[in-house]
Design a binder for this molecule. Structure first.
Ligand code: COA
Length: 697
């Protein structure tokens, strides 16, 4: 528990200054003027008293317990201060000072020195290079932001201090209450996962917001976030998500992955709500304040204006929400009571001159209607609209149902009071239907995650001898400095984990090729076998549909000549001969490795065209059965696998089986970094892999 950071009983400010222009002055002033009532010790060897408080030359001279030390001295002095803190038994330090890792090698060394001291004395550290910490509940502002927002049950962690200052100001300006805040800067010790865990356990926090640029302990982050997100919504902005920094990948799977994907998948796995910008962060947080979650995707829109109703309906559809009409019984009730011009389907349009009673009629039915999981109330302030009464009607109805409401009161002065009344009662109200519906869709996304049962993880029994065999192959390859494993070994390893390949053989001469082809049975496929060639088709190294001895001999010659011409330096071992497999649908099964979150499994449609179509889905390993089914249903071309124009459907269970096996393979052998099985031919029963490549590292 990090209570010593967020609820310290005593705080020392090392570098407290009488100079009003200095940060050490601002923090001390914030601490003693904004409601913090516990002990504050200014530390500065040059002053006897600052802001009316006795000042101590060093922490060792305080003579009382210090829970937290906020350090605001130049970077080079920080190690000696931290050491002294450790010696007198300080529990936590917040290092505001900049001049560490962010400045280069020298700074990184200094940071390391500080981390080692923190560890040595069993302390915990926020920062360095950070804005600090506040907790509105106890009026503690240990940051140099001039004010703190009103009290609230939303807590916030931020990697960026500057953004933190802006957000604090925004929250103050919008009257948005916050509970605890921390800016953790270089996160040399405590990082996002620690604060996520703490806020997750914090009884005063209902909603967690975060801003992160990267994640330090990817696996732990997912584990902690998954637990926390089951209890409370976690809404995060992740910046730095362009693919500019993505490494050049040598596999199809790797080329289609990248850090944006990895974060998307990590957030999905954990049930984190991802938002793109600051405004959206608070907008989305607003809708979670009611703490009511829809049990499904059916949304009813009730409006007094056609246009905004249509905009809302369009946005709802784009975001996967379902607009069902009310039940017959509800419609019959409304037909008798609403004017004939009212639209009774979804959106229900109560018409521009609607008084609050018309809204009430619709809401009365909607809260009991099984075709409604949540309600969106739209209002435009027309001449006869009694805005405040509509707001009151919504609040009254919302109190009596577990179905969530989202409101959209469009305008400014005329809707101000109504909007305020809604917000005071924890009902989110926006001035744009798109914003309202998008925020509502995040509520639905989160509710699905929260209501999901425990995931089922399958483990296939793999005999120890099989594992040993694979380990020996991998070790031999690694010792030989191989990273891209050739087709033969890749097929061998994958076969041992249950991936089927066509019958095959290897020939060094055309005579051998004929013998093998006859054993396999015509027609056959021939591919060059060379450790230097990754894309065999591009160099004329593949021949298919060879029907007899003559064609096999010709193909042997052609392949060797083509490859020699295209890549004179390539070492040609010989030619592989395969059973010709036909029918089925081409898909790709792959694995890639992300430096933050580890292995990700990929499934996609299109086989060799996968990079053009980009119709792929990813999940982070280990993957559950539910996740595999989601992967399959997520791709746009899923209908093709379900069978079109009378075709038999492809064997989905075979794909599920193979994807789970790949997930288990890389879990068992983490040295495998990437796998491409491309194409994999999935048939109406079973499937067969036509090509495979493994990369180790
Ligand atoms: N113990 C206690 N006080 C000490 C000290 C020590 N070992 N060593 C120095 N001090 C005092 C100084 O005498 C000074 O007090 P004074 O005003 O009475 O002379 C005070 O600590 C501050 O030191 P000073 O050298 O004046 O530094 P500063 O106030 O100009 O700057 C920082 C200090 C930490 C603010 C500055 O180095 C810095 O890092 N700024 C950037 C902060 C930042 O942006 N952080 C990230 C935000 S997101």
């Amino acid at each position: 528990m990090l209570d010593f950071i967020f609820k310290p009983k005593s705080i020392a400010i090392v570098g407290a200054s009488a100079d009003e222009k200095k940060i050490g002055h601002a923090i001390l002033k914030n601490l003693i003027t904004q409601g913090y009532t516990d002990k504050v010790f200014p530390i500065n060897p040059n002053s006897k008293e600052i802001l009316g408080l006795r000042c101590y030359p060093s922490v060792s001279k305080v003579g009382e317990d210090i829970d937290l030390a906020v350090i605001v001295v130049p970077a080079k002095v920080v190690p000696s201060v931290v050491k002294e803190c450790g010696e007198v038994g300080v529990i936590g330090v917040v290092v505001i000072s900049a001049g560490f890792k962010e400045t280069g090698e020298e700074g990184a060394r200094l940071e390391q020195e500080v981390v080692e001291l923190v560890k040595k004395y069993g302390m915990r550290m926020v920062g360095p290079n950070c804005l600090g910490v506040f907790n509105t509940e106890i009026g503690m502002n240990a940051t140099f932001a001039p004010d703190i927002p009103p009290k609230g049950r939303v807590s916030f962690f931020s990697q960026s201090g500057a953004l933190g200052v802006a957000l604090i100001d925004w929250a103050i300006g919008s009257g948005f209450g916050l509970g605890k805040f921390v800016s953790f800067g270089n996160k040399a010790d405590l990082n996002e996962t620690d604060f996520l865990e703490y806020f997750g356990q914090d009884a005063d926090t209902d909603i967690i917001l975060g801003y992160i640029e990267d994640v330090k302990e990817g696996r732990r982050f997912i584990e902690v976030a998954t637990e926390v997100a089951k209890k409370k919504p976690v809404i995060i902005i992740k910046s730095g998500t362009t693919e500019a920094g993505a490494r050049a990948a040598s596999s199809h799977t790797g080329a289609l992955a990248g850090s944006y994907r990895a974060f998307t998948e990590a957030f999905r796995k954990a049930g984190i709500i991802r938002v793109e910008g600051i405004k959206e962060l608070f907008e989305v947080a607003e809708i979670f304040k009611s703490r009511k979650f829809p049990t499904g995707e059916k949304l009813l829109i009730v409006t007094n204006a056609g246009g905004p109703g249509i905009i809302a309906a369009d946005t709802a559809e784009k975001n996967g929400l379902k607009l069902y009409p009310l039940t017959k019984e509800s419609i019959n009730f409304l037909v008798e009571r609403l004017p004939p011009t009212a639209a009774l389907y979804n959106p229900v349009d109560v018409i521009g001159d609607a008084p609050s009673e018309r809204y009430l009629l619709v809401l009365e039915k909607a809260v009991f209607d099984p075709n409604v999981d949540g309600i969106c109330v739209i209002l435009t302030p027309q001449a006869t609209t009694d805005v405040e009464n509509v707001a009151k009607v919504v609040v009254e109805k919302a109190k009596k149902t577990e179905k969530p409401f989202v409101c959209c009161f469009i305008g400014r002065p005329k809707v101000k009071q109504g909007t305020l009344h809604l917000k005071q009662n924890d009902i989110a109200c926006y001035d744009d239907p798109v914003t309202a519906i998008k925020a509502y869709s995040k509520l639905v996304y989160y509710a699905k995650h929260k209501n999901r049962g425990e995931d089922e993880f399958v483990r296939f029994p793999i005999p120890d001898e099989v594992k040993k065999e694979i380990r020996l192959i991998l070790e031999a390859l690694r010792d030989a400095g191989v990273t891209v494993i050739g087709e033969e070994n890749s097929m061998k390893i994958l076969s041992l984990y249950g991936i089927k390949f066509p019958k095959r053989g290897f020939a060094k001469t055309s005579d051998e090729a004929v013998k093998i082809a006859e054993k396999i049975g015509y027609p056959v496929v021939m591919k060059v076998n060379s450790p230097n060639i990754v894309h065999k088709t591009d160099v004329g190294g593949v021949k298919i549909g060879l029907k007899d001895e003559k064609e096999v001999r010709e193909a042997f010659l052609e392949i060797t000549i083509n490859v020699q011409r295209a890549m004179p330096s390539a070492y040609i071992k010989g030619v592989n001969i395969y059973e010709m497999v036909s029918g089925g649908k081409e898909v790709i099964l792959g694995v890639t490795y992300d430096y933050t979150f580890g292995h990700m499994v990929m499934f996609g449609l299109g086989g060799v065209y996968v990079e053009v179509l980009k119709d792929v889905s990813f999940r982070i390993v280990p993957i559950s059965k539910r996740e595999v089914y989601e992967m399959l249903s997520e791709i746009k071309g899923i209908k093709l696998l379900e069978g079109v124009r009378g075709e038999k459907p492809s064997d989905k269970e075979d794909l599920v089986d193979k994807i789970l096996k790949l997930s288990q393979l890389v879990e068992d052998f983490p040295v495998i970094k990437e796998i491409d099985i491309n194409p994999y031919l999935v048939k109406d029963k079973g499937g067969v892999a036509l090509d495979a490549r493994i990369i180790i590292g």
